[in-house]
Design a protein around this ligand. Sequence first.
Ligand code: CA2
Length: 144
Amino acid sequence: MKILVINGPNLNMLGIREPGIYGRATYADLCAMISDHAEKTGVEVELYQSNHEGDLVDKILEAYGNADGIVINPGAYTHTSVAILDALKAVAIPAVEVHISDVSAREEFRQISYVRLACIATIAGHGFDGYIEAMDILRERYEG
Ligand code: CA2
């Protein structure tokens, strides 16, 4: 099984600013944790981060026929991007939405998620562990 893990804008800044919301661990730490879990569970993983909406759309479309599951934290595009929602719908690959912070307890503009409409589950507020939980949801579903 192959899982594509996509992170959106500013998530490459993890650990550098706002540790009160996102923690002190870096994007590199997150990638290492995901790769480690993938190896332990026998999953092939590809990690991708971009600050550009069109690049995120392109990456999702490229996954068609190449990935069995998508874990996506679209960052701020969660709350604005119909293009990312449409890309996820277009490929119809099972996807899980992840947010490091508990978006439900934050500003009102973070309460909307377009991406959620194309996802089989949403995990928010579990920190980096949310990515691991998302991978497990996809793997369990794939393995039946
Ligand atoms: O909680 C999450 O994972 C978010 O997707 C993170 C996004 C935010 O716009 C969403 O509402 C919730 C922001 C990612 C920015 O990460 C930063 C990391 C370090 C310093 C500043 C921002």
